[in-house]
Design a binder for this molecule. Sequence first.
Ligand code: ADP
Ligand code: MG
Length: 247
Amino acid sequence: MERERIVHITNLVKSFNGKRVIDGISFSLYSGENLVLLGKSGSGKSVIVKCIVRLMEPDSGMIQVFGQDISTCRESELAAIRTRIGFLFQEGALYDSMTIRENLMFPARRNARLRKLPEKELQEVVLQHLESVGLSDAIDKMPAELSGGMKKRAGLARSLMLSPEMIIYDEPTTGLDPSTGDSINQMILKIRGEYNPSSIIITHDIKCAKVTGDRMLVLHGGKIIAEGTFDELKEHPDEEVLLFFNH
Ligand SMILES: Nc1ncnc2c1ncn2[C@@H]1O[C@H](COP(=O)(O)OP(=O)(O)O)[C@@H](O)[C@H]1O
Ligand SMILES: [Mg+2]
């Protein structure tokens, strides 16, 4: 049986100031997989992701998410699609002026499923999710009091609480020391084991790609220059692909 396509992209093109940052890219994300987009800084990884959630409009190309063409669907359909996607932003994207608890309560109160719960149960859901990322002790702290790794975990707890079917991790280990990076990689695997979402992991960190990815796409010069598993790609003939493995 053919696996379900969660995201299906064909011939995506996006230019800025006449320069093609994305120069005709096609790929699919299949149900339940961890797909890594590996590319150097500035290679267009975040642009691809912004196009997928339509924070950015492509010049051309087709993008289907959960089977719907996001360039032709209505605003209400687009909003519904976005609620099914969890986003771990590069900086964690917590609200600076709210405690960690409030950072989770705020989206929970806006979620169609969670807002039906009585206040006490909602608080319980928030606590459970902070526990699952090892952050229950930090529940009443402000984001500024947390380390980089803790902020990422808080951002993850906030996403997971909304039961996303798909998760996009934008540079989950960037800016973290190696051991904190490892703990985030392990958490990505744990989330897959527990919730089985379909995930896109964007990174330039080969260790992150190796540990978390089932399949990797290598992005260079606006194109996908290689696709395969870590073991397949580490012997790739292309110099630009090997560069990632020689670090
Ligand atoms: N809104 C924008 N306006 C102009 N240029 C942009 C914009 N967003 C991204 N770019 C350019 O596109 C290229 C790829 O950016 P990005 O996708 O953020 O790279 P990365 O792979 O590091 O995530 C960069 O050269 C960046 O300057
Ligand atoms: Mg980026």
